[in-house]
Design a protein around this ligand. Structure first.
Ligand SMILES: Cc1ncc(COP(=O)(O)O)c(C=O)c1O
Length: 378
């Protein structure tokens, strides 16, 4: 009997310890962890640098209200802006909050520039933006929204990769396009660079903001700090979370100066968002991810990983139909039931997670080694 509300279909495995790419269950069995808390444990489990940082910070200061200037928060915001398109950062605790903050920022921007009717957000089928009430109806997945009506209005959904419908859906009420650069839960579906460029062009033409949800695909997962970087475009707003905390709950919304103008004192807030403990960990994650050669190595290991996946697909062409994704955000589209497949992998001490379209997601830690990748190929 569990007294935890049954909102998850949990596997009957519990872990007591983790180290790098491995997890150890309460019976001492060792698992190769290619879930990484769904792209959260970017530096693997119990990274020495993060242990040191959290130990040191825990002896100094855990939490103060955002009513005060928080130096650790200032530092993380400065570093994030120095390394990205953004001019400002607003801290939250989760991905869904970061996405919601993005929606608020976009709407407030148009309010501020005297276009109060420009408030609707275009989203894409297969999207996932989190579980708060607006994020649910933004993604509009019937599996997640059923029973949670009344519908939260303000979102217009279009099919994935249907440019014509997208163009027809834009009206003078459209404030923003909100899209994951790579759909995670939806089945590891990448927006090709030329489409991202096209989205940017439409946004420029129609005075619409481009919000790229990089909660899952950002913070080094693709080998670039952001997945959109390869396309050469600049978004207006980018929510992140997961990997930036390395296991500590952090969400953040990155934005340009242009769109920041409406966000004055009192327009947004979070009790916990950006507290000293969380921000120290976030800075610790950046110490590693932004260190010389780290992302280059993620790209190199990703290439090796992809080649190994290609080999496995060649070996089992009737089971693996397609390899999707980029970097260390990979999906295998299966011809067989993905849930059963995942259960069998877990019996063989390897952990992966599912996505839509019979896809299994492989999300190794960014510090994964060749040797560990070889283990999954056996
Ligand atoms: C693209 C994307 N956006 C938002 C979220 C929501 O993040 P969180 O669960 O931290 O609220 C997720 C979580 O999987 C995600 O993948």
């Amino acid at each position: 009997m569990s007294f935890v509300l049954g909102t998850y279909a949990r596997k009957n495995i519990s872990f007591s310890q983790g180290k790098g790419s491995y997890l150890y269950d309460i019976n001492g069995n060792k698992y190769l962890d290619f879930v990484s808390g769904i792209a959260v444990n970017s530096l693997g489990h119990c990274h020495e640098h993060l242990i040191k940082i959290i130990n040191e910070q825990s002896k100094k200061l855990w939490h103060v209200s955002n009513a005060f200037i928080i130096p650790e928060q200032e530092r993380l915001a400065k570093r994030l802006t120095e390394h990205t398109f953004a001019d400002f950062v607003c801290f939250q605790n989760s991905g869904t909050e970061a996405t919601e903050a993005s929606i608020k920022i976009a709407r407030k921007y148009f309010h501020e520039i005297g276009k109060p009717n420009k408030k609707r957000i275009i989203t894409f089928k297969g999207a996932f933006h989190g579980r708060t009430i607006a994020a649910l109806f933004a993604a509009n997945n019937p599996k997640h929204t059923k029973g949670f009506d009344p519908i939260v209005d303000g979102f217009d959904q279009v099919p994935f990769a249907d440019h014509e419908t997208l163009k027809k859906t834009i009206t003078d009420k459209t404030a923003a396009i909100l899209v994951e650069t790579i759909q995670g839960e939806g089945g590891i579906k990448e927006i090709p660079d030329y489409c991202l460029k096209g989205l940017r062009e439409i946004c420029n033409e129609k005075n619409i903001l481009l919000i790229l949800d990089e909660v899952q695909c950002g913070v080094g997962r693709t080998g670039d700090f952001f997945a959109f970087e390869k396309s050469g475009i600049t978004p207006d707003i980018v929510p992140i979370a997961k990997g930036i905390g390395g296991g500590f709950p952090i969400g953040a919304c990155l934005l340009t100066k242009k769109v920041s103008i409406g966000m004055k004192p009192g327009t947004h807030g979070s009790t916990f968002g950006g507290n000293p403990l969380a921000m120290s960990v976030g800075n610790g994650v950046l110490d590693i991810i932004l260190s010389d050669g780290f992302l280059k190595n993620v790209k190199k290991i990703s290439e090796y990983f992809n080649n190994e996946l290609i080999n496995i697909k060649k070996k089992y062409p009737k089971i693996i139909l397609e390899i999707r994704g980029r970097g260390l955000l990979r999906g295998l589209k299966l011809a067989v039931d993905n849930t059963l497949f995942i259960e069998n992998l877990a019996k063989n001490r390897m952990l992966v997670v599912k996505a839509e379209e019979q896809v299994i997601r492989l999300l190794p830690a960014l510090i994964v080694s060749k040797k560990e990748i070889d283990e999954q190929s056996l």
